[in-house]
Design a protein around this ligand. Structure first.
Ligand SMILES: *[C@@H]1O[C@H](CO)[C@@H](O)[C@H](O)[C@H]1NC(C)=O
Ligand SMILES: *[C@@H]1O[C@H](CO)[C@@H](O)[C@H](O)[C@H]1NC(C)=O
Ligand SMILES: *[C@@H]1O[C@H](CO)[C@@H](O)[C@H](O)[C@H]1NC(C)=O
Ligand SMILES: *[C@@H]1O[C@H](CO)[C@@H](O)[C@H](O)[C@H]1NC(C)=O
Ligand SMILES: *[C@@H]1O[C@H](CO)[C@@H](O)[C@H](O)[C@H]1NC(C)=O
Length: 233
């Protein structure tokens, strides 16, 4: 009798612990940086007991904790509500099964903050909010020209750095430089020109990339030759 009891307890415990009977929302990255004016995706997945085959997800919701005062996001406002068809910068690119990815367009400083996903099923009481959520940080991508020698217009032989900066902490971000839309063979945020030549004239674009987003900024360099201005952009 005792053994049977124990076996039953173990059985129900294992039932509780298997993923098939759990509710949850998973955000693979809980801090995401975005460049102002560009798009960013907020990766998200969700799960719920699949034992009942009739169970359907009836509403998918995303809320911003800047706007929503309820920690569980049980009440409006929402930046996305699957039941109301409004077009905004907040686009749901997930589904009604397991993917709750949110794509935010034209990111503004005011979009910085925490976002939480909530879903509602047709089972009474069958709702879930993933908290804590994902925190979005917004920053400007800055490109600066640092003269290391020379003043005034850029001349042959002058030396300078083009430096790209994104004031956002992201461990796995990457800076890529390109010149007139062709990728350059450098890595890192600094383009170093020890001695400029006329051929260095052109449009330089710094692109900042992560898994979730990318943004870019362009600066134009015009280097004058000896006495003639040899290349106009
Ligand atoms: C989502 O929008 C629909 C339609 O406007 C509304 O009926 C529903 O209550 C909203 N969901 C929540 C959780 O507020
Ligand atoms: C979720 O959907 C987005 C957009 O369709 C896709 O890029 C992403 O790979 C999907 N995530 C998973 C885990 O399948
Ligand atoms: C650089 O950008 C300017 C402004 O967008 C454009 O007019 C010019 O043609 C570009 N120059 C090159 C070499 O691509
Ligand atoms: C440019 O990149 C190629 C391969 O990507 C590499 O073999 C080469 O050494 C690089 N050149 C310079 C100057 O870094
Ligand atoms: C310019 O770039 C070089 C090479 O990356 C670096 O060593 C140097 O410190 C930079 N100088 C300034 C003033 O940014």
């Amino acid at each position: 009798m005792k053994t049977l009891h124990l076996a039953l307890i173990l059985l129900s415990l294992s039932g509780v612990l298997t993923k098939d009977s759990r509710w949850g929302v998973n955000y693979p990255d809980n801090l995401i940086c975005a460049v102002r004016g560009f798009s960013v995706s907020i990766p998200c997945s969700y799960y719920y007991p699949t034992s009942n085959p009739q169970k359907k997800v009836t509403q998918m919701l995303w809320c911003s904790m800047n706007l929503n005062t309820d920690y569980g996001c049980r009440v409006p406002p929402y930046v996305y509500n699957s039941s109301s068809n409004t077009k905004s910068d907040f686009e749901y690119v997930g589904d009604d099964k397991s993917n709750c990815t949110l794509l935010i367009h034209n990111v503004q400083f005011s979009y910085s903050g925490e976002y939480r996903f909530r879903f509602i099923t047709d089972v009474p009481g069958g709702t879930w909010t993933g908290e804590p959520g994902v925190t979005l940080q917004t920053a400007d991508l800055k490109v600066s020209l640092i003269r290391l020698s020379g003043t005034g217009t850029l001349k042959q032989g002058d030396s300078l750095n083009l430096t790209c900066d994104m004031s956002c902490t992201h461990s796995s971000s990457q800076f890529v430089w390109s010149k007139n839309n062709e990728q350059l063979n450098t890595s890192g945020p600094v383009l170093h020109f020890p001695a400029l030549t006329v051929r260095d004239s052109g449009n330089y674009t710094c692109t900042w990339k992560t898994k979730e987003t990318s943004g870019s900024k362009t600066i134009s360099l015009q280097v004058e030759g000896g006495s003639v201005c040899s290349q106009h952009l």
